[in-house]
Design a protein around this ligand. Structure first.
Ligand code: HEC
Length: 208
């Protein structure tokens, strides 16, 4: 009886030890996955901004406001959909003062946007700033969460500036498609929102 108890203790210790070791291995694998996911998040963000800014500046320069609106309203969502077709990857643009309710921040994004705003208020939100976290969410999946702030630049004021400076055709478009628009009355340099990337790193044991 006593030796059986000893064996039980020994086996239990072995199980605990192997569990601890496998946890360690997972943690190592996750570190490498984290680095790879961060690289992907940065590439997705830079690519999105590069592709849309070029289009926007060109159309604004030509003075075609309604075509320029389609960049923000159609081209950006299309590029994001292309990225989002990759399994377990999502990219979105979000803001506390959103124009489209579909871009409303989730709980995590709101918290980071508030942190960015408070840094901006103190003049400490640098162009290099990026927010990087590894978070296990309610679905038990661990995600890399990456956010990069978007500041208001001069061309943005055409559609996000003070209402009285926005062209009548733009105001008409906004009233029609975005009746609850909160994304006006910004000034140059204000924090407009952020690009937010979410990449799944690790699933619970029973999921693929
Ligand atoms: C020609 C008009 C126009 C210009 C210029 C413009 N935007 Fe927008 N912006 C829009 C529209 C329309 C939407 C709503 C898009 C949608 O339905 O998702 C939008 C949405 C956004 C969003 C998503 C969050 C939200 O409010 O729904 C961000 C962030 C944003 N714009 C940032 C910018 C920045 C930064 C610039 C300048 C580099 C800029 N925009 C220039 C028209 C414009």
């Amino acid at each position: 009886m006593r030796s059986r108890a000893k064996i039980t203790v020994f086996v239990s210790l072995l199980i605990i030890l192997s569990l601890a070791l496998s946890q360690g291995n997972n943690a190592l694998a996750t570190k490498a996955e984290e680095e790879a996911a961060l690289k992907t998040a940065r590439v997705m963000t830079t690519e999105l901004l590069k592709r849309t800014k070029g289009m926007l500046v060109k159309l604004l320069h030509e003075g075609d406001m309604l075509k320029a609106i389609t960049v923000c309203a159609i081209a950006v969502p299309e590029i994001m959909a292309e990225f989002n077709s990759k399994p377990h990857h999502t990219i979105k643009r979000t803001s506390v003062k959103y124009r489209n309710p579909a871009n409303m921040p989730d709980y995590y994004e709101r918290k980071i946007l508030e942190e960015m705003q408070s840094l901006a208020d103190k003049g400490r939100l640098t162009p290099e700033f990026e927010s990087i976290d590894v978070v296990t969410e309610n679905d038990d999946i661990t995600y890399l969460r990456y956010m990069k702030p978007l500041r208001v630049e001069k061309p943005c004021l055409n559609c996000h500036g003070p209402s009285e400076n926005i062209a009548p055709e733009v105001m008409k478009f906004l009233a029609k498609f975005y009746p609850d628009d909160r994304a006006r009355d910004f000034k140059e340099g204000d924090l407009r929102g952020a690009v937010s990337v979410k990449i799944a790193l690790k699933f619970p044991e029973n999921q693929p």
